[in-house]
Design a protein around this ligand. Structure first.
Ligand code: AMP
Ligand code: ZN
Length: 476
């Protein structure tokens, strides 16, 4: 079965065909770095990272770009409140984003561009749009001219009249049509600004994604993703801007993917509603593997409800997976016998069948919920084999361990144990941080030493200071 993806442009599941054979250009809208991200924001970061891993597993060379929005009203407001610069605020929350995302097992993107580091590209994109007759300048502001763009509304599937009815003109805006949106905002006192052909100012929100995706991935890309709330206006505007800039007649994006909302008490989790839980605080309360398990246990397009019950079910699920792995590792030390009377061919055939089911689930619009179900079938097969046979051949252990490891490279819900991590890069990194913390403590730099302890805690590593030195262990 080939990979199919639900494309919001056509509202249909479509077979995925990349622009260049064997390669995938993938842009995902990232966080606005004015605060810690919440567990609702974590949903797109986790699910689209899993899609990226699946595409790689299927042999594609994926270039995955996820931006940091580091200039907008919220950034300016928060920086002023804290009496720091917008750049200081962005630096702080990009570092905090990376800590939480690492802890949640989200792989770092290939490129993580920041809007403020792409002002020339943003200006160039706006110039292309103006030159092609789809934007106009009023007193140092630049607006996209909706009336010049008949395709507007084709992603969100709404007609211009309906959209216009919901559009607002903010005080001070001098646009021709309420739906016209800003590409460049003229300078306001106390706000960061950059030189431009239209005078000093700063970019509007949507234009950064058009400029940065074009820079790193080209004018026509394979996949663009984000939460469902981004379809309108953000993605509709991005599509209009990018296609108006390139003027090539080619679509900006071939497959638009959007995750459903993470809900709390059946309401969207959001900062503005005040019903949010940061990923940081969720990580203090629940193991990272359980948070991933919870996110992946629903289809990415369905709503998912964050509750103590759903998280405790996820904890139990992870425990079952990890117990299977631990039992397997233990049995591999004591119960190997290559002459054991075990039907290895039947076991291989069953694993193969499950492998096909796993692939079918992932190829069906990356249905991680079904894929987790199949992972449990694999666990059941391994557990039954261990229960029914006192001794098993080494090939059984090799195949069973490989199956769990391979699935976990995609889903990341089983994790590794301390014995394994002691020999890998993660453990080297932890040891380095512990050494740095010891130095900081010697130098009585307790701020730094506490910071390192916190960083590790977020990653599920707890430190114990003993007379023999600092020991670390992983919480689940
Ligand atoms: P923001 O930092 O607000 O731009 O959001 C970052 C990402 O999180 C975007 O892709 C949003 O669509 C997504 N998002 C925000 N709230 C939720 C939610 N409650 N559930 C799922 N995704 C969300
Ligand atoms: Zn975006």
């Amino acid at each position: 079965m080939s990979l199919t993806l639900f494309n919001d442009l056509t509202r249909k599941k479509e077979v995925f065909t990349p622009i260049k054979p064997g390669q995938v250009s993938f842009y995902s809208c990232g966080p606005t770095v004015y605060d810690y991200f919440h567990i609702g924001n974590a949903r797109p970061f986790i699910v689209f990272d899993v899609l990226r891993r699946w595409l790689e597993h299927e042999g594609y060379k994926v270039t995955f770009v996820q931006n940091f929005t580091d200039i907008d009203d919220k950034m300016i407001h928060r920086a002023n409140k804290e009496n720091i610069t917008v750049k200081e605020l962005a630096d702080k929350f990009i570092a905090e984003y990376n800590k939480d995302a690492d802890a949640l097992g989200i792989r770092r993107p290939d490129v993580s561009p920041r809007a403020t580091e792409h002002i020339p590209e943003i200006i160039h994109t706006i110039e292309r749009i103006i030159a092609n007759g789809h934007a106009y300048v009023v007193d140092g502001d630049v607006y996209f001219d909706i009336k010049s763009w008949p395709k507007y509304g084709s992603l969100c599937k709404q007609n211009l009249e309906d959209l216009e009815a919901g559009a607002r003109v903010e005080p001070g805006e001098k646009k021709k049509d309420p739906l016209d949106f800003v590409l460049w905002k003229s300078e306001k006192p106390g706000e960061p600004s950059w030189e431009s052909p239209w005078g000093k100012g700063r970019p509007g929100w949507h234009i950064e994604c058009s400029a940065m995706s074009s820079k790193y991935l080209g004018d026509n890309i394979d996949i663009h993703s984000g939460g469902i709330d981004l379809i309108f206006p953000h993605h509709e505007n991005e599509a209009a801007q990018s296609e108006a800039a390139s003027n090539s007649g080619k679509p900006f994006v071939n497959y638009w993917l959007h995750n459903g909302f993470l809900l709390i008490d059946d309401m969207k989790m959001s900062k503005s509603l005040g019903n949010f839980k940061t990923a940081r605080s969720a990580l203090r309360q629940f193991p990272p593997l359980a948070i991933r398990f919870f996110m992946l246990s629903a289809h990415y397009r369905s709503p998912i409800n964050f509750s103590p019950e759903s998280l405790s079910q996820a904890v139990a699920g992870v425990e079952r997976l990890r117990n299977c792995k631990a039992d397997l590792d233990f049995a591999a030390k004591t119960r190997v016998n290559d002459n054991a009377n075990f039907g290895i061919n039947k076991f291989k055939a069953e694993l193969k069948e499950l492998d096909k089911n796993f692939s079918d689930a992932m190829n069906d619009d990356f249905n991680t919920a079904a894929a987790i179900g199949i992972l449990f079938d694999v666990v059941y097969l391994i557990n039954t084999s261990l229960k029914e046979n006192e001794f098993l051949p080494s090939e059984f252990f090799m195949l069973a361990k490989k199956a769990l490891d391979d699935y976990d490279k995609i889903l990341g819900v089983i994790g590794r144990d301390d014995a394994e991590t002691e020999h890998d890069d993660i453990s080297a990194e932890i040891e380095k941080l512990i050494a740095e913390r010891n130095e900081a403590r010697k130098a009585k730099d307790f701020k730094r030493s506490d910071e390192i302890r916190d960083t590790l805690k977020v990653r599920g590593i707890v430190l114990e200071d003993t007379p023999q030195g600092t020991k670390w262990k992983r919480e689940l």
